[in-house]
Design a protein around this ligand. Structure first.
Ligand SMILES: [Cu+2]
Length: 350
């Protein structure tokens, strides 16, 4: 099909060149400059009409090409609202786009200079100004209001029964921490970060850290139908937690905690059936260019039933127990590692 469009474009360009050549021929034949101008105008007018319809055809074709690349159905309640907002915006702006383009091309055709046409000077109209300022302003205000309502839903306090999970970005993967049985995430201190046995810089003097779990495979497991509150941070540069299937994204900023919550409604297994893709996984993408390994910063979310989640959770071990089992925290080691993990190192990595 793209071959067909190319051929069509080549023909169009050829016609334009041919017409220009013909126009100069007329001129050279001294049949009068004005006649040549009117004829050229007519040709250009028709070409513009053709260009308009070619453009419409291109839009229709693009739609066919891109549809298979679109995301599957939204997998959380708010995601459905975002999609509806997106569609509303697309319809409103689409109507305006087609109307203005049609008028633009029609005017070029209809009001071309001919033997009979006379110029008409139309300088100003308060009524028109008022109409084309007020209507778009109202339409935009409504669209923005819908956006703000949806944004508030995502960033408002999560329901009390939400599973709390910390997601921390680092060059170049995601670290996922669960609060453990006490349901409280322990304190972190970036100076204690150490890739050997304290990837998040957990402060071992805080007892809340003793049962905290860092997902071993880096997978984020959540229960279908249960709200999830993400506490987002970064270990080095700015990353961004992107959850395309849940229509969410939020910056992960070093030194600042950001948060958002959602309620997954479709399990990973159901999504495999819906998409017809047996290898389907919900992904956490990094939506902020963060360095040379940015492309590989892909995490996985598993949406599962409560029973499956409980089974997975029972297999996880406390990060403290894993890394501090023999003795009390190795304070000097953590201190010695601190400068290495500090931001200057991160800044030099582009
Ligand atoms: Cu990143």
């Amino acid at each position: 099909m793209s071959g067909f469009i190319t051929v069509l474009l080549v023909i169009l360009v050829f016609v334009i060149i041919y017409q220009i050549g013909k126009a100069s021929e007329y001129a050279s034949a001294m049949r009068g400059q004005e006649v040549v101008k009117y004829k050229t105008n007519r040709v250009i007018g028709w070409l513009l009409v053709a260009f308009f319809f070619l453009g419409l055809y291109g839009i229709w074709k693009c739609d066919q090409y891109f549809k298979p690349m679109m995301l599957p159905v939204a997998s959380c309640e708010n995601g459905i609202k975002w999609d509806s907002m997106f569609n509303t915006t697309l319809v409103v702006t689409g109507i305006v786009f087609f109307a203005t383009q049609a008028i633009l091309f029609w005017f070029a055709f209809r009001y071309q200079t001919t033997e009979k046409s006379k110029s008409f000077y139309f300088a100003h109209s308060n009524k028109l100004e008022l109409i084309w300022t007020t209507i778009p302003a109202i339409a935009m205000a409504i669209l923005v209001a819908i956006g703000l309502r949806n944004w508030a839903a995502v960033t408002s306090p999560a329901p009390g029964d939400a599973t709390v999970v910390e997601v921390v970005g680092k060059q170049f993967n995601w670290l996922i921490r669960y609060p453990g049985k006490d349901n409280e995430l322990g304190k972190r201190d970036f100076r204690k970060i150490n890739d050997a046995n304290n990837v998040l810089g957990l402060d071992w003097s805080d007892p809340h850290n003793n049962d905290d779990i860092i997902s071993q495979k880096g997978e984020l497991h959540v229960v279908v139908g249960k709200p999830v509150k993400l506490i987002i941070g970064s270990r080095d540069v700015i990353h961004d937690v992107g959850l395309p299937h849940f229509r969410l994204k939020m910056d992960a900023v070093p030194g600042i905690t950001t948060t958002m919550w959602f309620k997954p409604t479709i399990t990973t297994d159901s999504m495999k059936r819906i998409t017809g893709n047996p290898n389907f996984v919900y992904e956490i993408s990094c939506d902020q260019m963060c360095g040379k390994g940015h492309y590989s910063m892909r995490g996985t979310i598993i949406v599962e039933t409560q029973a499956e989640y409980d089974k997975w959770m029972s297999e996880q071990k406390s990060y403290y127990a894993e890394n501090n089992a023999p003795a009390t925290p190795a304070a000097p080691a953590a201190g010695a590692e601190a400068p290495k993990a500090d931001s200057p190192k991160a800044v030099t990595m582009k």
